[in-house]
Write a protein that binds this ligand. Sequence first.
Ligand SMILES: Cc1ncc(COP(=O)(O)O)c(C=O)c1O
Length: 371
Amino acid sequence: MIWHPTPTERRAHASLKWSTSPENVLPLWVADIDCAPPGCVTQTINHALAHGIFGYGEEPKGFRDTWVQHLKTHHGWIIDPDWIVPIPGVVPGMRFSLMASPQVRHVLTPTPAYPYFKIIPSIENRVEHLIQLNPVGEVMETSIEVIEDRLKAIKEPAAILWCNPQNPGGTVYSEDFIRGLVKLAENYNALLVSDEIWADLILDEKQHIPCGLVAPDDQPTITLMAATKTFNIAGFACAIAIIPDHNTKQRFLATQTAMPNVTPLAYAVTASCLTDGWSWHESLLKALRSNRQIVMDWAVCHPEMTVLTGHSTFLAWIESHGCTGLFERFLGHGVRLSPGAPFGSETAVRLNFGCSPATLTEALNRLDSAL
Ligand SMILES: Cc1ncc(COP(=O)(O)O)c(C=O)c1O
């Protein structure tokens, strides 16, 4: 894995991150990173090009097996391939989960969180209950007791929509916490939907615990995963929902006409990465750890802010404690971060450190001038 030496070239390739940012601005916002994916991706695309016909596709043979194998080796979770529903993205999967559960009136979500955790319950007309996460060391956490108090007060069917690991904040939840969450969902008869898109970008000696691993197979649990963050292939829309409970899965399947199918190329690229991308991935983790250290060193010089660099993801959360307009101020000094408001904090910004150390250092210098 090598950082792209001239990432500004991405501006010419309809990149959401680069092409929508002014020329003089370094974009460290949306969650993709400035490097090419594993070499197997180019091989897969070349193979498809050599054939040259792009009609309707079907799920390729062996696609589920690559996930089954991956979950077994990396997460110790042995699943039945029949539990898998391929979907064109984790965000659509979150929405399908609520569309498939019209009986659910209330949705508990963490805050701050990736904006769709608030957007989806709202567009699906459910009552939102935000669970505040608070800084603990390099991450953000809450307790099972806090979530239980909220669930107790709700007298109608509910769902918990959780982000595991957490974006932003990079929390890798402990096994005790995940077991507690699953037990709560069971005790209060709540649907548990777990967005685990960051499960394979763990930067420290921590074990990711999939919710579905500790939940009984007949409990309504939907675990959403993808290879898109892991291998920097977000342009190939492909994810999976893992749903052991038969009735929950049947209802979820019935929503599937709301989106196009996963494309043949997205299936093939995903499967190739899950099979052949792991040495690339090892070098990515190394590069991200080193970049995270650059952010941590910078944070030491800014004790007035809380900078959470997390145990997973490539996203640092910068909470200024009372200073609004941080996003605009940084943009005015040539750095585009993600504004904190859509995540749940007007006084924070999110920084994507998935770029070359040179770009990162230049961006942090600009933040210094802004501050
Ligand atoms: C927590 C989380 N869920 C989902 C997504 C996007 O998923 P998809 O592109 O598969 O819809 C992101 C992207 O950054 C994310 O951080």
